[in-house]
Design a protein around this ligand. Structure first.
Ligand code: ZN
Length: 202
């Protein structure tokens, strides 16, 4: 499957973040913050973690607003600290702003001030450019084990286990090469399209 960078001849350009559902835009921003996790103050990490929970419906909008408002008041001490605090704040904003993609793009801008962020790699892991959907027949593998594995990977954020999931899916009769090949690629992030597809998330 061609990914976004290859489709554009390797020119990353501006990522079409608005093509992602809000849940994935939130995860895109949070994944970017996770690249500089050790630089983000504990007080600001709460904002990123809350956004991740909000994306999956684990906390209410009111709770998210409370955390977001607190993130707006986080003290800034140095320029470096400002970039880290602002990254977390922008990631939290993806959960609430009417234009979450602008908050997600802002997150990238702030994170970049501290580190290179593999935003294209993250985007391509979350976005399915061909709107690929396996047919029911392809997904008709009979495997409680594979599904349990997939749920465990998602809950533990243990995306390095996706190749193991690919083996389990194959053993269970999944012949979808597109899905299997993606699961066997090296790097995955929260919101990975293949794992989301298996778990029925959007
Ligand atoms: Zn993936």
């Amino acid at each position: 499957m061609a990914d976004y960078g290859r489709q554009r001849g390797g020119d990353e350009g501006t990522l079409p973040l608005s093509h992602l559902a809000r849940r994935k835009q939130i995860f895109f921003a949070c994944n970017c913050c996770r690249q500089i996790w050790n630089l983000i103050p504990e007080q600001s990490k709460i904002a990123v973690e809350a956004a991740e929970k909000y994306a999956d419906g684990l906390i209410s909008k009111e709770e998210m607003v409370t955390v977001y408002n607190a993130s707006c008041r986080t003290p800034i001490r140095t320029a470096r600290n400002a970039a880290a605090v602002s990254s977390a704040w922008a990631a939290a904003a993806t959960a609430l702003w009417d234009a979450p993609w602008s908050a997600a793009a802002l997150t990238v801008t702030h994170v970049r001030r501290l580190s290179n962020v593999p935003e294209l790699q993250i985007f391509n892991d979350l976005h399915n450019p061909t709107e690929y959907r396996p047919t029911q027949a392809v997904l008709a593998y009979d495997s409680c084990l594979a599904l349990r594995l997939a749920q465990g990977i998602y809950e533990d954020r243990a995306f390095d286990r996706l190749p193991i999931l690919a083996d389990a899916l194959e053993e269970a009769g999944c012949v979808d090469q597109n899905l299997l090949d993606h699961c066997r690629t090296e790097r995955h992030y929260c919101g990975c399209w293949a794992l989301d597809l298996i778990l029925g998330k959007k």
